[in-house]
Unconditional design. Structure first.
Length: 138
């Protein structure tokens, strides 16, 4: 139950933040907004270091996990964020957010191809519903 509540809280926060970002993008370019937003990420990293002291654990990590996490940070925290801000600045928030939230489609395919995850009827129905929603918003 705790995991479900945390996931729901995450969804709420992720649903609220684009509203703030859309307001923030009203008078600036996406690249400027990105740099300003990153100050919040840096502040969050500093707070995490102060509260949890993860630095000794980082020293014990191997190359592979560090590589994948840094790559994920570059792709999600830099590339996708700039693309997202451009879409958010120029499009309607009520269309942009649902479309950007279709990422489970790509995760599903990657999990199936590279991790050998099973395709089940319920997963297929979920994928079809996501695709249908995207088509409705197009």
């Amino acid at each position: 139950m705790e995991a479900f509540f945390l996931a729901l809280l995450t969804a709420f926060i992720w649903g609220f933040v684009p509203f703030l970002e859309k307001l923030g993008l009203s008078s600036v370019e996406p690249s400027t907004a990105y740099v300003v937003r990153c100050t919040g990420v840096v502040l969050g990293a500093i707070i995490t270091i102060c509260l949890y002291n993860p630095l000794p654990s980082i020293g014990k990590m191997g190359f592979k996990p560090i590589f994948f996490l840094v790559l994920a940070g570059i792709l999600a925290g830099f590339v996708a964020q700039l693309v997202f801000y451009r879409a958010l600045k120029t499009g309607e928030i009520s269309r942009i957010i649902p479309v950007t939230s279709c990422y489970p489609l790509f995760t599903f395919v990657l999990g199936w191809i590279f991790l050998g995850e099973q395709i089940t009827p319920s997963k297929l129905v979920g994928i079809l519903l996501i695709l249908g929603g995207i088509l409705l918003l197009k």
